[in-house]
Design a protein around this ligand. Structure first.
Ligand code: MSP
Length: 680
């Protein structure tokens, strides 16, 4: 029997230093490596938290776990973004990976226990990818050709005509462009039969529904060779034997799972131990890369295939995928700060079936916290510990573990708790964390019902007669709480530490093995009613605050200055010259009655007759501040009536947007310019 002590939260990247325990069974799990093109959102967090929960569960169950995550830093999209930001691509990615609220910072906040972090710009990875590319070239699986096709720049994917949806990229729905370049190709077609066999006849790809998608959409129509080098940009791993080409970003990215263990490099020496990976957890839109291209490339270099790829669903917002470009992303920092990291982790895993899409909403998040954590779990812990405190001064008497004449509800509770670890394990092994949590919460609800059935407050009325029975009831409740607490460690590691302290469960009562041994908790352990683990949230107030926080974050993220795009349509010179721009002096200026926007100007335009112009600039100027100024007006526009006043011309201003707010500045010229001077 394994006997593993709960490792608790591991410090970020800790296991790089961890000793290998060869006698344990290994388990190697990965997340996708993230594009550091923008700040990560709750959808990315979902995938990483799921992988973390699985890794923690396996550690708890006694496995020697390797959990890898990282960043995928090459490619045209990054190069473009860096250009826009006016920095080098490396500076750009460094900021998003290492900087404040960057990728590493977010994983630290979310208590992600990854053992290793790879960046595809790491030297060892770059050199290994060059060796891998050469290896596939030398064995005849990579050859030179010319690529003509439809290219989606944001996704960095080439598509065939038949794969496009309404002429657009099938992944992101954006327009594709015709592209042609000299390129290297990978003989993906050669592996079609082996890939079909892998997908159809093994449990390599999960859930099963993803197999049909892959076979129907990609294998049945015929696998085409894959373009694996680019010449149209430079931010990538150079093909060392053909300068000018960089390795296609997906080839570079997929091999991270192997190079981070030391494949074809000396930076790490764990490849023989951990490879093949046991699980790649990936979002559904990148299943194609992981279940077709990745195994084919491994076949090409003669390496074993990962055991499983699991394609999870998306977190949707208002029915659509979250994306920065759509502006509908949910910020994990705001949620974690408001509700706590553990509550957020729990919500993500409890609410959405892992293989399917799920609709995110703040209401659902608050509801889940209130129902499961505050009501069910929180109440069980606080009622139980409070009663041990109130009736027994925080320590149950010896002998409370046993009871000679158990009631049906005693037996029922003990049977449910004793069976829980196995049902939980079955669900976790099936990558169904939502179901594993549902099993735990059935037991928590059962335990709360047990409180009502046994009515400890009634027993306490006659301690002499019922004291022993009362102690037994409370012991049963502590045990039920303890076992549920163990199984919740992978999801809420920090809160479970607090829970164990409150119910007096030491290290030996927090182990995986002990979750199956009813009665592990010492009878006279010290129980303390501590802080409320999960306070109830006021829904209306929290929703309002979240909205305000999201609004503030949106504003802060806006570019400091936004300019109107310049018009591309040309005006011929003669038409332009027909516009008569003149210097005008403000003789008088006043607000127009009943209008919040309009100012009425009386202007000297050099003709000797006053000119009246109305302008919607009251938001930016006080009338008295403008008297005496020399402005610019276009004077040959047809007259216009505004709020009952005639306006003869238009004053010229400069406009831009700053942090989401429209700004306007009247063009003012030097006062030495006489009224009526023509501007040309
Ligand atoms: N760089 C590639 C992965 C290379 S792996 C060799 C990539 N990066 S990504 O940053 O765009 O996405 C990383 C992961 O986040 C993907 O698995 C993706 O499915 C996941 N998610 C991004 N948005 C998501 C949701 N809204 N919901 C759930 N997961 C989503 O793809």
């Amino acid at each position: 029997m394994r006997n593993c002590v709960n490792p608790g939260p591991l410090p970020f990247g800790a296991a790089d230093k961890k000793e290998k325990t060869m006698e344990k069974k290994k388990f190697y799990i990965t997340t996708p490596i993230y594009y550091p093109s923008d700040k990560l959102h709750i959808g990315h967090t979902y995938c990483t938290v799921a992988t973390d929960a699985m890794a923690r569960y396996k550690r708890l169950a006694g496995y020697d776990v390797m959990f890898l995550t990282g960043t995928d830093e090459h490619g045209q999209k990054i190069e473009q973004k860096a250009n826009e930001a006016g920095v080098s691509p490396k500076e750009f990615v460094d900021r998003i990976v290492e900087g404040p609220q960057g990728v590493k910072d977010l994983w630290k906040l979310m208590n992600i226990s990854n053992d290793r972090f790879i960046r595809t710009t790491d030297d060892y990875h770059v050199a290994a990818v060059q060796r891998i590319f050469k290896k596939m070239y030398d064995n005849g699986d990579i050859y030179k050709g010319a690529y003509k096709g439809k290219y989606c720049t944001p996704c960095e994917s080439f598509w065939t005509e038949s794969q496009l949806v309404d002429g657009c990229c099938p992944d992101c729905g954006r327009p594709v462009v015709d592209a042609e370049e000299e390129a290297y190709f990978f003989r993906l077609s050669k592996y079609a039969d082996r890939i079909r066999d892998l997908l159809e006849n093994t449990d390599f790809l999960q859930p099963r529904s993803r197999v049909n998608e892959m076979v129907k959409n990609f294998i049945d129509p015929g696998l085409e060779d894959l373009c694996v080098s680019r010449t149209s940009f430079t931010w990538g791993v150079p093909v060392d034997f053909d300068p000018g080409h960089v390795v296609y970003v997906w080839v570079d990215a997929l091999f991270n799972y192997a190079t981070a263990m030391g494949y074809l490099n000396d930076a790490y020496g764990d490849y023989d131990h951990y490879w093949p990976a046991d699980y790649h957890f990936v979002g559904k839109e990148i299943v194609r890369f992981h279940s077709i291209i990745w195994p084919a490339m491994l076949m090409s270099v003669g390496e074993p295939l990962p055991k499983h790829v699991f394609g999870h669903g998306w977190l949707l917002l208002d029915g659509g995928k979250m994306s920065k470009s759509k502006g509908n992303v949910v910020d994990p920092y705001i949620l974690a700060e408001k509700f706590g990291v553990d509550a957020l982790r729990f919500f993500l895993m409890r609410t959405f079936p892992f293989g399917s899409d799920g609709n995110f909403s703040n209401e659902l998040l608050i509801q889940t916290i209130n129902t499961d954590l505050a009501n069910d779990l929180g109440n069980l812990v606080s009622r139980t510990t409070a009663m041990v405190g109130k009736y027994f001064g925080g320590q149950l008497p010896e002998g409370c573990r046993t009871w000679d004449a158990p009631e049906n509800f005693d037996t029922d509770l003990i049977a449910m708790v004793s069976a829980l670890r196995d049902t939980y394990e079955t669900q976790m092994e099936a990558c169904a964390p939502h179901n594993a949590l549902a099993e735990v919460f059935k037991v928590i609800q059962r335990a709360n019902k047990y409180i009502d059935e046994t009515a400890p407050w009634a027993l306490a009325k006659d301690m002499e007669a019922n004291g022993k029975r009362l102690a037994h009831v409370l012991y049963n409740l502590l045990e039920a709480t303890r076992v549920c607490g163990i199984l919740l460690i992978p999801f809420m590691p920090e809160s479970m530490e607090k829970l164990f302290r409150q119910i007096g469960a030491g290290a030996e009562a927090q182990t995986w093995d002990s979750a199956k041994v009813w009665g592990t908790l010492p009878e006279t352990t010290a129980v303390v009613k501590g802080e409320n683990l999960f306070p109830r949230i006021d829904m209306d107030k929290a929703l309002e605050e979240l909205e305000a926080a999201a609004e503030a974050a949106k504003k802060a993220a806006l570019p400091a200055i936004e300019l109107e795009p310049q018009l591309t349509e040309k005006v011929d010179f003669d038409t332009f010259c027909k516009s008569d721009f003149r210097a005008v002096k403000v003789k008088a200026c006043e607000n127009v009655k009943k209008s919040e926007k309009l100012l009425r100007f009386t202007l000297d335009d050099g003709t000797g007759t006053d000119r009246q112009i109305l302008s919607g600039i009251a938001k930016w100027y006080k009338p008295e501040d403008l008297v005496g100024k020399t402005l610019v007006a276009i004077v040959n526009l047809p007259p216009r009536k505004m709020m009952g006043h005639e306006s003869n011309g238009m004053l010229i201003s400069a406009v831009h947007t700053e942090k989401g707010e429209e700004k306007l500045n009247l063009i003012m010229v030097d006062d030495c310019i006489p009224a009526g001077a023509k501007l040309c």
